[in-house]
Design a protein around this ligand. Structure first.
Ligand SMILES: NC(=O)c1ccc[n+]([C@@H]2O[C@H](COP(=O)([O-])OP(=O)(O)OC[C@H]3O[C@@H](n4cnc5c(N)ncnc54)[C@H](OP(=O)(O)O)[C@@H]3O)[C@@H](O)[C@H]2O)c1
Length: 270
């Protein structure tokens, strides 16, 4: 068995490889990177490293050769039109390389979203279906990291967390929870032709976030709605489905996801 992973040097890819090493032998893993020099550290674990650049189709077929499972981590390019082309290169190469199963990191509950990125993920899923290979869509929730742009330290200092009015609820989880779920899919069981919504099983709210900030800081932090708030994140959040939940991730990791209070610690200077 050969598990080939693109985006191996990225934040999610690195965590998946870390988790996967706890489940399979290193010689079953191939790390695909854009810069071989930056991928050298994988050799220390006995992991093969291959060059893979979504913009250079000639690197891809070689990178994917012999893959029983190819984990295709979505490109991080900022331009969704460029990403569409990059993703097409990956799918075409996966087909030519006769990859046995293509697993793609998509986005959770994207069907009704109104951002171009969700359209891109949907288009990629359709292109994979069109190519006709066995697939698994790993639809990742928004990372809980988004709380970093809410100004949590300022909220603690002011004793209030200011948010745009709305009926907010969140299915987000940490990258490490996603990595645990994806490593399980890569190493255990048959997940061919399945779609997983990798989200929290119960939503959390801004009230929960204010309570977690109070707990962590030992100071009272109250929630304050502010119709005039200037923060791009609320406009973004309104365009995606952050409220639907699924038990897929908890089933895959065999237990609960990381609690909100624990998940937000990296975004607070305590
Ligand atoms: N669910 C969410 O909330 C959320 C948030 C942000 C992003 N995402 C998506 O999830 C993906 C993984 O997240 P992450 O946190 O691991 O992002 P990340 O740390 O930025 O990693 C992205 C990875 O994609 C690789 N990559 C970018 N362009 C490439 C190309 N042309 N050819 C080959 N590889 C390329 C990068 O390679 P290098 O290491 O060489 O740069 C990097 O390893 C992102 O790429 C993005 O599509 C999801």
């Amino acid at each position: 068995m050969s598990i080939v992973i693109t985006g191996a040097n990225g934040k999610l890819g690195s965590l998946i490889i870390e988790r996967l090493l706890q489940k399979v032998a290193a010689d079953q893993i191939v790390a695909c990177v854009r810069d071989l020099e930056k991928g050298k550290h994988f050799h220390e674990y006995g992991i093969e490293v291959r060059l893979c650049d979504y913009d250079k189709p000639d690197t891809l077929e070689q990178a994917f050769a012999g893959a029983s499972k190819l984990l295709f981590i979505a490109s991080s390019n900022q331009d969704d039109t460029i990403r569409l082309r990059q993703h097409a290169h990956v799918i075409e190469a996966a087909k030519k390389s006769k990859v046995e199963q293509l697993l793609f990191t998509s986005f959770a509950f994207l069907e009704q979203d109104s951002i171009s990125t969700s359209h891109l993920y949907m288009a990629t899923e359709h292109a994979i279906l069109t190519a006709g290979m066995p697939y698994t869509f790993l639809r990742n929730s928004l990372y809980t990291d988004f709380v970093g742009v809410l100004g949590l330290d300022a909220a603690i200092a002011a004793g209030e967390l200011r948010i745009a009015p709305g009926d907010w609820s969140f299915n987000t989880v940490t990258r490490d929870d996603l990595a645990r779920g994806i490593a399980a899919v890569l190493s255990e069981g048959d997940h061919r032709n399945k779609i997983y919504e990798l989200t929290a099983s119960r939503p959390w709210t801004f009230d929960d976030l204010a309570a977690a900030l109070s707990d962590l800081s030992g100071k009272s932090v109250v929630l304050q709605e502010d119709a005039g708030i200037q923060n791009w994140i609320f406009g973004f959040l309104r365009k995606i489905n952050t409220s639907s939940t699924s038990t897929d991730l908890e089933r895959l990791i065999g237990g609960p996801v990381t609690p909100l209070k624990e998940s937000i610690k990296p975004f607070i200077a305590l």
